[in-house]
Design a protein. Sequence first.
Length: 275
Amino acid sequence: MVLHVRSGAPARSESAEAAEDVFLASGLRCHLRRATVPALGTVVFIHGGLDGGASFTRAARRLAEFDVITYDRRGYRGSRGVPVEPGLAIQVQDLATVLEAARLQGVTGPQVAVGHSHGGLIALGAAATGVAFDAAAAWEPPFPWLRVDPFSHHREMSLDPATEAESFFRRMVGDTAWERLGAEQRNERLADGEALLADLQVLRGEQPFDPSDISMPVVLGLGSRTEARHAESVLALHATIPGSHVVEFDDVGHGAHLSSPDRFAELARRSIGGI
């Protein structure tokens, strides 16, 4: 089922002040924002390439009824001390570690993994391989292996992490945005280059899991302003994952967690609502 959500839908405002904690899970920097009302469950956000857990801050504030965990994936931001390793399996293992650490923090109710872009690929990989949680949501996860021409958009990739990080930022955010960054902000992005390379190499390798193995509830998010390759991947995954649902938001692009935090928070709600 594909559900279209038009702009202008009622938005939920940011929540009141919530108790917040920072903790480590096998060296991964995690942030916990506790529900300001009796919690209905726990949302664990997973970021994409050249990003960090803090990018979900505004979406997390709109989920007052949930405990919300964000974390920096290995090699990114606050988790740069954790060595970067190739392959998706290590990222799936890290998510399992974060989910278990969240339980030790006393979070409440069902756990839902919600990933943006490459983070969505990780959430689906965890769901397919038996990691213990209750539902998954993925916003425009890259899955070239199901597309008609899987690798047509791939260009030659630099093996220099800093070069690839700058190139990726310029492609995804724009040349003007890069030029506006201060020296410290640029250096932060460049420092994420090694982890970014590992992400991109996953998408150039063999298919890491079979989506048809997923048995838990899955919601796939799609924006009407996204690129055709993202839409093709989402619809192909929807056709492959048993019982999955697609939620399409009008006037939203790939970076929905930043540009439309209300919509992104709604994606998390819909995933828990499917349990």
